[in-house]
Design a protein around this ligand. Sequence first.
Ligand code: ZN
Length: 138
Amino acid sequence: MTESFLFFSFFYSFEAPGEPESGPGASSFSIPVEKKDDLILCRNCLEKVTNSRSMAAKEGAWEHTFTNAYGYVFRVGCFTTAPGCIKVAEPTEEFTWFKGYQWQFCLCRNCMQHLGWYYSSGRDSFFGLILTELLFQE
Ligand SMILES: [Zn+2]
């Protein structure tokens, strides 16, 4: 885990509900869902992870906010493909954030940073990637 990861986890954990988004980092995550070809990179090593054309809404939204079993808050964006990710460990449904989907960890194929999770239901699959770990290129 990087320092920035911990910082953002802290920041979002203590954000008051309903408060307008402001403060460090917040503005860079208001990403419109547009079908463009902008590259999306690993923030840690700048490896190409996916592109904005792969953004996809799941359960009605592109972006989701989840809290894991340890209290860390993640802001996750959904992508149909992420060629820059490798999947690790066996798929599991334990604590899944998307009902009916199994998940695996996804790491950057270049630097092994944890970038998110791969979700698969058998009929549908997608990548849920942590927005604070990505770099969106214009
Ligand atoms: Zn990387």
